[in-house]
Design a protein around this ligand. Structure first.
Ligand code: ADP
Ligand code: MG
Length: 396
């Protein structure tokens, strides 16, 4: 995917529109995690260091009604950004209008401005989320060049990404977007082999697209998590009270047949009688007995997966191996994290919100080559889908 990046355009004296992902968690107006602001800094700094005027915008949370706007202003984000950059950041509390236009026109080279939550435009007729052409055109009119650095929304066609780009304004990827395309995108389009995918999480239905796409691309697909038991059922095994999607059993049969030796299922489970960390656990090879539910992969499976990972040059991991949120059922996910951490010379990627959270919570964050910042967007890339936000960036 050869897309133009911010390095391919001249920024000097230019009004640079930058769609960032500032969708940070807020509690009572206070930012509880500023990772996303930090992740946008390389692009913002590059704009100002190269003499551009950085006009930043993002969505924040879900806004459908006037009441939803409360607590969703980007103002605290602009303040935090100012602290991180060590320079003043102007904030304009509207998404269009004379105040915004005047502020933009008064900017000097190297200035930074943030305008209000793009989803405030959804209150009056879903203009942002509905990719209203007039809104995209208006935002595009404020700048000379458009940098899209919001990977997390690249799977959506909104006015603030696709809308602006479709006006024909020069559109390039920011550094974060570039990194995501490089790691997540290339893993599925041009992986170094052997390429091993590890798929887990709760449901088969969430991951069907990924499994189907990776069957033809990966050398091995390791399955864990709750979806294991839909596959077990497809094989005629006993699954006790484990999570199962009855309407996906037939599909699981087809996937097993299609994938052949590539598909590797767990061989044992850690089970309990309840979905709880406070009841005794049991270890079972193969079938899960009646009255028990499988909540993690067992030690034999961890060993099997570690062996399957040996020598891998590309690893994509999406979905925890068990209910890692409870300590009794975290070992499978820890074991897989360890096996991946021990690989020499491999590109290792996490795509998936909960898997990323698990790796960070369990202390493995620095052991991976890349942890994707976009749950939904990375899932769609792994499914082999074209992301509209990405497609709208100019080709090299
Ligand atoms: P991701 O966000 O990484 O794509 P998912 O959202 O698909 O991952 O799945 C994450 C959830 O799956 C976790 O909350 C975890 O507790 C749950 N899970 C994992 N294994 C099981 C299991 N055996 N039974 C029930 N839930 C499970
Ligand atoms: Mg999830």
């Amino acid at each position: 995917m050869a897309k133009k990046t911010i390095k391919d355009v001249d920024l000097k004296d230019k009004k640079v529109l930058v769609r960032v992902d500032f969708n940070v968690p807020l509690k009572d107006g206070v930012i509880t995690n500023d990772n996303r602001i930090v992740a946008a800094l390389p692009t913002i700094k590059y704009v100002i260091e190269n003499g551009g005027k950085a006009i930043l915008f993002s969505h924040l949370g879900r806004v459908k009604t006037e009441e939803d706007k409360a607590g969703k202003s980007l103002k605290p984000v602009a303040e935090r950004l100012g602290e991180l950059l060590g320079k003043p950041v102007a904030f304009v509390s509207e998404t269009r209008g004379t105040e915004l236009e005047t502020a933009v026109n008064n900017m000097k080279d190297g200035d930074v401005l943030v305008f209000e939550n793009t989803r405030f435009e959804d209150v009056d007729g879903k203009k942002e989320s509905g990719n209203d052409a007039e809104l995209g055109k208006y935002w595009a009119s404020l700048g000379d060049v458009f940098v899209n650095d919001a990977f997390g929304t690249a799977h959506r066609a909104h006015a603030s990404n696709v809308g602006i780009a479709s006006t024909g304004i020069p559109t390039v990827a920011g550094f974060l977007m570039e990194k995501e395309i490089k790691f997540v995108g290339e893993a599925v389009t041009a992986p170094k082999r052997p390429f091993v995918a590890i798929l887990g999480g709760a449901k088969v239905s969430d991951k069907i697209g990924v499994i189907e796409n990776l069957i033809s691309k990966a050398d091995k697909i390791l399955i864990g998590g709750g979806m294991t038991y839909t596959f077990y059922k497809a094989k005629g095994m006993n699954i006790g009270k484990s999570l199962v999607e009855e309407d996906k059993v037939e599909l699981a049969k087809e996937l097993i047949e299609k994938a052949g030796d590539k598909l590797i299922l767990p061989i044992d489970s850690i089970t309990a009688a309840e979905f709880s960390n406070d009841v005794p656990t049991e270890e079972h090879t193969g079938d899960v007995p009646d009255g028990q539910m499988g909540l993690d992969i067992g030690p034999e499976s961890i060993a099997l997966f570690a062996q399957a990972l040996e020598g891998a040059k590309t690893v994509v991991w999406n979905g925890p191996m068990g209910v890692f949120e409870m300590s009794n059922f975290a070992n499978g996910t820890i074991g897989v994290c360890e096996a991946i951490a021990n690989l020499a010379d491999a590109t290792t990627i996490i795509g998936g919100g909960d898997s990323a959270a698990a790796a960070i919570q369990l202390g493995f964050a620095d052991k991976f080559t890349h942890i994707s910042t976009g749950g939904g967007a990375s899932l769609e890339l792994l499914e082999g889908k074209e992301l509209p936000g990405l497609a709208a960036i100019n080709d090299k």
